[in-house]
Structures are given as C-alpha cells and as structure tokens.
Design a protein around this ligand. Structure first.
Ligand code: TEU
Length: 587
C-alpha cells in the first residue's frame, strides 16, 4: 500500500521525556470491581482499588469502554460517546476517576470505538430511518446482489463473514437495503469516507481531551478505510461466506485518516496525547508507517502475530505453540521497529485467554511461569501492557459448558457450529474444550481481590463466574509477599523505570532455534542485560553463546527467589520455569 507523505502543517507535539518508560495497566471495568452489588464492575469499583495500581507502579490506565451502550459486545457497541452507561456509574464518577488518577501521577487512556457504533446510536437510528435521510451515508448501505432475492442467503452485497459469525451484512426490510457490520449486527460500521462522520468523531475526541483524559486506545482502527469497490472474497469450503479482511483492513485511506485525526485532534493540544491503535493483521512494515513519530499517526499499535501462532483457521482451531516461533515473531517486531516505530508488548487482554494458562503452566509451576512470562515480555523493547489479574497470575477458569460463557463471539460461534452440526460432522464437545482454552471470557472472569465470597469482586451475583481458585490466588494474599507474582511485576516495573537499558537497549535474540529456552541480550552504551528463561517444567542445561565474560555480572531478578543461586552465565542449568536476569557494565 502506498503511504502518503507526512501530514503538512501538523505541529509535532513532543512526548514527555519519560514516555518510553511508561507501563500501561488495562482495566476491563465490567470485571474489575463492583461497588453496588449488581454483579457488574463499575467506576466506583475502579476508584476503590487505586492503591493497588499505585503500589504496582503503573503509569497509565487504559480502561475498556464505559460509554452508554446496549452491551451487546460489553460496551464495544456505543450508543452515546459522551455519556457513561448507568451500569458503570455517572459522568461525575468518571471525572472523579480522572482527578484521582492524576493526583497519583497516573494517566487515563479511554477506549475509543469508532469503526462502528451501536445500532441504537442516534446516528444509526437516523441513518436507517429512510434512504434519503441526511445520515444515510454515515454507514455502509448497499442493495442486494443483483439477481438475488433480498434477505435470502447469498443476496448480501458481498460474501464477507462477520468476525462474530454469520454474514457481515444485515438486511433492513423497511428501507430494502443491507448495512455492513464487521462485528455483530448491533455494531454497524461507520462510513469514514464521509467527511461529516470524521468531523463528528474528531469533535467527540476533543471533547474527551477537554474533559481531562490523556489518550486513546483505538479499537480496530485498521478497519476504518475499506476498499470502496467492496469485492467478494474466497468463501470457506462448504460455505457461502469467507473472511473479507483483506478488503476492509488497511484500506487505501487508513494513513490519511489517522494523519487527519492527528491534525484535528492531537496536534493542537497542550500535552502529548497517548495513542495506541488496535490492528488485527498488521505487519511490521505497516506498523513502522503507523508509528514512525515523523509521520504523526499513532504512538504504537497492537499487533496480533504472536497471539495467532497457536491458532489455525479460526481461534478455536488449536495448534501446538512452538516456542521458536513465538521468539522469532517477537524478535522480528523488535528488529523491525527499532529506532523507527515503537512496540506495544502484551500477552493478554480482554480478548485473549489468561496468559499463564496459554503460554505458561497454570498447575504446579503457575507462580514461576507467570513471573517468567512477565519477565520476558517486560524486558523486550516497547510499552508493556499489564492486563488486570495477570499481575496476580490469574488462570483460566474451569469452564466446560456453553452456559458458562457470556461473550457474544463465543455464543454466536457455538450456535453456528451447533446449527451446522445437523448437516456436517461438527464435534461440539471438542469445540467446548477449545473454548475453555481460547475464549475471550477466560480473560473476563472477575479480578480476585481476596478470599471472601466471590473473591471480593461483588456482594451480589457476578455476571460471569468467579474462578474457584480465588481462595488461593488473590491480591490480598500476594501484595506484600516478596515471592508473589504481584511483587515480581512490581520489581519489573521499577526496573524499567530505573534502568535505561530496558527502555533504550537494542535487542539480540540468543539461541533462536532452542525449543525450550528463551534468551536475549539488551545493550545500550556500556550497560547490558541478559535474560534467560526456561519455558518448560523440566530442568534444562544450556550454554549461552556469549562473546564475553559474564561471571562478574549481578543478578537483578529471578523467578525462583530464595533458591540456591545459579551458576553465572554462560553455562546454565535452569530449573522448571526458572528465569534469571543479569546486568553488567562492559569493562
Ligand atoms: O477486537 C477486535 C478483534 O478483531 C478481535 O480481537 C476479536 O476479539 C476477535 O476477532 C474475536 O475472535 C476489538 C475489541 O478489543 C473487542 O473486544 C471487540 O469485540 C471488537 O473490537 C469489536 O469492537
């Protein structure tokens, strides 16, 4: 894709000097803490746990959507961008949260979902009211495929499937046309080709900045520019529909729209606005363009390469993860963005299962493996994102029945498979097993605060089950215990804040083909950091290929504290899920 030149006239807004040291904590408010007993987390619940975040030492809170919403997709379907949903509290609660975070030196990044709105947003209500409504063109309305009866399978304007199963188009009887929704039928895609749409969004974003928020996490912002010729895609075998992502992601105007947004929303502000764009399918060369500071688009993007290595045709098509693939993927992003763009670093979020269950060992070695995952992630170059509960080493819940699930993505996927089951040979029990390992709801079980009923999350009935392991795994048990996952995260964050080699150092992967050891060196100036991690439950002996003497290096962090110290590099014997970090200054 050809990229336009840097936007003319955009005033560069300097990033604060400590920008590269920031660590972001993601709050998924529905599952964080419930203050009023309705079983759903809320803003006052967030307010009541700021000590926890303060203690952890994070710099920024990214909060998933709290805007007014019918909650078809837990708030990623917004019906009023400038109001707070009563489920989460009031606008005054949000103002209080902004002030309280600022008082503690933390920033607030709002989730901005502007690829689509809710179908209950007044813009869409107007748009669907008639074909000649002035807002008709704010969304993607199209006639049925010529020669087909509107509303019947195959008559959709394109054969794209929705990310939430079924066709990406829904027929609207009254006006006789289809509208596009990449996600649920209750999430119609906005038409960014229309300049009025873009101006309305920019105005809303400025409104939030005026209100005191410090940045935006932009939901699927690589989908806002689409191929306007709307071509068909290759259908899946045996289906009328197939993934059309190549036609609605990274469209020809994606960079132009983001540069315009920068000029219209960010450039004129007093303070730098922190921006991260969620971009399923983004490649390294594209990410360089999106995050090169000279181009004035975004600070960083969320890429998906490393969270798709263990999936085949779809997210429940599980494939064994090969550690060399994961290392290679992460290393390629390090090399590709070094000195040009900037990486975001994550293993988990509200769309992913628990990282310790997925990449670590959530049984016997849960604590060591959670620490090791955090160590490896946080010592790459980029901005680390801590997903709520990961700092406690929270694991996947024992979900086995479809009734355990709440997520629209999972429920629709299952319903479609069940419907197909009559025709094809669909193994629903295998699907349920896969959902137990990969579903988004696994990241959404309530944060485990203490060992009281419902983990201290709510006094009511939680909207989704609390993981029964909360009696052992909870914040009260971990905060202050030097051996806990929480205190390990705290040390990692403190290390990043204090040591420029973590933020600035270049990155060299060692032993790329080693099947079980993840090792790398970071270097800046004279300082060097060496990370070596055992990703198995076995003892592994390894000789690191180091070109110089590390025998005088000091050990700065280990996942097995208190145990007998290791021999110094290069010849290591690493115990199950042991990871060690050494630092030295080159003579
Ligand atoms: O997710 C975008 C996305 O494409 C996926 O990560 C999505 O979870 C996956 O396709 C489902 O298997 C963002 C939000 O993070 C997610 O929570 C929303 O549901 C989605 O956009 C729609 O707003």
């Amino acid at each position: 894709m050809s990229a336009p030149e840097p936007a003319p006239g955009a005033e560069p807004r300097e990033r604060p000097a400590d920008w590269h040291r920031w660590v972001v904590y993601q709050v998924y408010p529905r599952s964080f803490a419930d203050s009023d007993g309705d079983g759903v987390g809320d803003l006052r619940g967030v307010l009541s746990h700021l000590d926890h975040l303060d203690r952890l030492g994070v710099d920024v809170v990214w909060m998933s959507p709290v805007y007014r919403s019918p909650m078809d997709d837990n708030g990623y379907d917004i019906s009023d961008y400038t109001d707070i949903d009563p489920l989460f509290g009031t606008p005054a609660d949000l103002d209080e949260l902004i002030a309280a975070l600022h008082a503690r030196g933390m920033k607030l990044v709002m989730d901005m979902v502007v690829n689509h709105t809710s179908d209950e947003h007044p813009w869409f209500v107007e748009s669907r009211s008639s074909r000649d409504n002035p807002k008709r063109d704010w969304y993607w309305w199209r006639d049925a495929r010529p020669g087909f009866t509107p509303g019947t399978p195959g008559a959709e304007p394109t054969n794209w499937e929705s990310h939430f199963s079924g066709p990406a188009w829904t027929f609207h009887e009254r006006t006789g046309q289809y509208y596009l929704h990449i996600f649920s039928p209750k999430q119609p895609d906005l038409n960014w080709q229309n300049p009025e749409v873009r101006q309305a969004i920019y105005a809303m974003m400025r409104w939030w900045l005026d209100r005191g928020v410090d940045g935006f996490r932009m939901d699927v912002i690589n989908m806002i520019s689409k191929d306007t010729s709307l071509p068909d895609t290759e259908p899946r075998p045996g289906s009328l529909y197939g993934p059309g992502d190549q036609h609605f992601t990274f469209g020809p105007r994606n960079h132009e729209f983001l540069q315009e947004m920068y000029r219209e929303v960010f450039a004129g502000r007093d303070a730098h606005v922190l921006t991260v764009g969620e971009m399923p399918g983004v490649t390294v060369p594209e990410a360089v363009l999106f995050t090169d500071p000279e181009r004035h688009e975004l600070d960083m993007v969320f890429q998906f390469e490393h969270v798709r290595l263990d999936q085949g045709a779809h997210k429940y098509d599980l494939r064994p993860l090969k550690l060399p693939d994961l290392k290679a993927s992460m290393a390629a992003w390090q090399a590709g963005l070094a000195g040009r763009g900037w990486n975001s670093l994550y293993f988990g979020n509200h769309d992913q299962p628990r990282s310790v269950s997925r990449f670590g060992d959530d049984g016997q070695h849960r604590v060591a493996s959670a620490k090791t995952l955090a160590t490896v992630l946080h010592l790459h170059q980029g901005t680390p994102y801590v997903f709520q509960g990961d700092e406690l080493g929270m694991a996947n819940a024992p979900f086995t029945a479809i009734s355990d699930y709440r997520d629209i993505q999972a429920l629709r996927f299952y319903a479609e498979a069940a419907a197909r089951g009559n025709r094809d040979d669909v193994d629903l029990s295998a699907l349920l097993l896969a959902m137990g390992r990969m579903s988004r709801d696994q990241g959404r079980t309530p944060v485990q605060w203490d060992s009281s009923p419902n983990a201290g999350f709510t006094t009511g009935t939680p909207w989704i089950a609390v993981n029964p392991d909360y009696t052992k795994i909870n914040a009260a048990a971990e905060v202050g215990d030097p051996d806990s996952v929480f205190e390990h995260y705290r040390r990692l964050i403190a290390l990043r804040h204090a040591d420029p080699v973590v933020t600035d150092g270049d990155f060299e992967l060692l032993l790329p083909d080693h099947p079980t050891i993840w090792a790398f060196v970071r270097r800046t100036g004279d300082a060097e950091l060496l990370v070596a991690a055992n990703f198995t439950s076995d003892v592994v002996s390894v000789a690191l290929p180091l070109d110089s003497d590390w025998s005088d290096a000091s050990m700065v962090l280990t996942s097995l504290p208190g145990d007998a110290p290791l021999q110094p590099p290069p010849d290591l014997k690493l115990r199950p899920w042991e990871s060690v970090v050494w630092r030295r200054v080159r003579p």
